[in-house]
Design a protein around this ligand. Structure first.
Ligand code: GLN
Length: 534
């Protein structure tokens, strides 16, 4: 594959530098130059995937179409570019070790001693190469963690080997670092970056090709010269990366103006087939010209990590761009909810979640939205909260609950999916990935999906509406607006309040499919209803 290219994005100095956004922006800029890209995340942890990790620890779990539970950066890739990531675009140490150990147990190594080099590095290279489809021009690979970590070093060794056997102009190494300013000190400090580049060279055997420096202010020419002198990276390949002002989506243009696409294309000996960043420029103007404000309450329990609800935040922002409003998202702690926090809201969103903690608050917020005509969107657990609230307060089944929270509830209106009954193992065993569901005509959902017959959305759950209660719910005014026939059963995928301006909840996760250029219709309709409520 002589004309295939790779861009590797690594990080130095500290974690959380936004490497995922850098990788996504490189993808967006290469696409704007007419190249087809893929984006992959390497996570050097021992988990097979992110599915068993708490959102408080690791942020949101992003679900791919083919049902992989991955790092949230895959969501950024899909929002910034036209690329749709799949399971193979999330590589972890756990996956690598598992396949090697399974092979060893089968006897595939024919008596050999199985070692980090060459066996682990070969597996790493094979997986990296498999991210290139026949029509991919450039595979962008983000290496999680920080250069120098014990965990990520074996991946960097794999990249070093790849460099040795690939023509020089087919790989660009982009290293992201931080230039801090100490409190009370006038000078920006380049030493951590110098050391990080040295560490990079020690492991990879060469300097990075491009250095992207996160800093709070403009980079002076003097600073650039100094960095160039100490890192052996040409000045034109040192890219200052200031923080964005209003939105993440400013960054592709900001990085482009700072010289990132030029530096990447030059290193890869590519010339732009075209150059069209107008959609990004238009988005930039939209973000800065919002005329209205809309206050949305997100009633959740994963509060300590901002990224626990990333895709929902982004989907709300995408809808806000479309409706020329600024969405203010109020993250409301469902464990300590009181009416004073929600009575000023224009819309209430109850997102997905697991376990009983915080559910009374979510049910209370749902009831408030229903009784006070507040636009409401429930997602996954949010649908289950809506059904429990309806059963308790409209059907007068006071003890209605989900068997997830109360296994012996007398009214299990939400119950384990039949397909889950025999499952013991936790990792990768939920109902995952894209399913096709029927849309019931003449419903709000039908209108939102532009009168479509089917919808194709991603799932991640074990529990479902219990069909035993369906007739009673419907008789009492609940509208079922989408179902999936599955193994002789009909799974409820969406419900609506009949007598309400905008009350809808879905068992799937629409947030994973929203992009700034194509907001998801459910979020769009919800933000529109909330904005108009004012
Ligand atoms: N805990 C619920 C279930 O497993 C909801 C899951 C979710 O919100 N993703 O069905």
């Amino acid at each position: 594959m002589p004309d295939k290219r790779y861009v590797f994005v690594t990080g130095g100095v500290c974690s959380s530098l936004g490497k995922g956004i850098v990788a996504s922006s490189i993808g967006a800029l290469l696409e704007s130059c007419g190249y087809r890209i893929s984006l992959t995340k390497i996570d050097p942890y021992l988990n097979i995937d992110a599915g068993t990790m708490s959102p408080i620890e690791h942020g949101e779990v992003y679900v791919t179409e083919d049902g992989a539970e991955t790092d949230l950066d895959l969501g950024n890739y899909s929002r910034f570019t036209t690329f749709t990531p799949h399971a193979k675009h999330s590589i972890t140490t756990g996956q690598i070790y598992r396949s090697i150990i399974e092979r060893e147990r089968r006897g595939d190594y024919l008596g050999k001693c199985v070692q980090m080099i060459p066996h682990v590095t070969e597996e790493i290279k094979t997986r990296i190469q498999s991210t290139l489809e026949p029509d991919t021009d450039v595979a962008i690979i983000e290496v999680g963690g920080t250069v120098g970590d014990i965990e990520s070093t074996i991946f960097l060794e794999g990249i070093r080997q790849l460099l040795n056997f690939t023509p020089k102009n087919t790989i660009a190494l982009v290293h992201v670092t931080l230039i801090p300013r100490l409190p009370g000190n006038k000078e920006l400090k380049t030493k951590p970056t110098q050391h990080s580049v040295q560490k990079f060279k020690e492991i990879i055997g060469k300097h990075p090709d491009i250095l992207l420096c996160r800093l709070q202010e403009d980079m002076t020419l003097e600073l650039k010269k100094k960095l160039s002198l100490f890192t052996y990276i040409p000045q034109e390949a040192i890219i200052p990366a200031k923080n964005f002002e209003k939105s993440l989506y400013e960054l592709p243009i900001t990085y482009d103006q700072a010289g990132l696409s030029k530096a990447v294309l030059t290193k890869l000996s590519l010339t732009p087939k075209r150059k069209d960043t107008t959609q990004w420029a238009r988005l930039f103007n939209t973000i800065y010209s919002a005329k209205k404000q809309t206050n949305i309450g997100l009633v959740g329990k994963y509060l300590s990590v901002e990224s626990a609800y990333t895709s929902i935040y982004q989907a709300l922002y995408h809808a806000s761009f479309q409706h020329n409003t600024k969405v203010n998202i109020h993250l409301i702690d469902s464990e300590h909810l009181n009416n004073s926090q929600i009575h000023t809201l224009d819309g209430i969103l109850v997102p997905g979640g697991f376990g009983q903690r915080g559910t009374p608050g979510k049910i209370k917020a749902t009831q408030y939205a229903r009784e006070n005509n507040i636009p409401f969107l429930g997602i996954c657990l949010g649908l289950q909260m809506l059904v429990i609230e309806y059963a308790r307060n409209v059907l007068s089944l006071q003890q209605a609950n989900s068997t997830e929270f109360e296994p012996h509830t007398p009214h299990p209106v939400i119950d384990l999916l039949a397909s889950q009954a025999a499952i013991q193992k936790k990792g990768g065993t939920m109902r995952l990935g894209t399913y096709t569901s029927q849309i019931v005509p003449q419903t709000l959902l039908h209108k939102i999906y532009d009168q479509a017959t089917f919808l194709h959305e991603r799932h991640r759950h074990r529990y479902e509406v219990n069909n035993v209660y369906l007739e009673k719910l419907v008789k009492n005014g609940l509208i079922i607006s989408s179902i999936t026939p599955q193994n002789g059963e009909e799974l409820v995928e969406a419900v609506e309040w009949g007598n309400h301006p905008f009350g809808i909840a879905v068992q799937f996760h629409p947030e994973f499919k929203s992009t700034p250029f194509k907001p998801h219709p459910l979020f769009s309709a919800f933000v529109e209803a909330s904005t108009n409520k004012k």
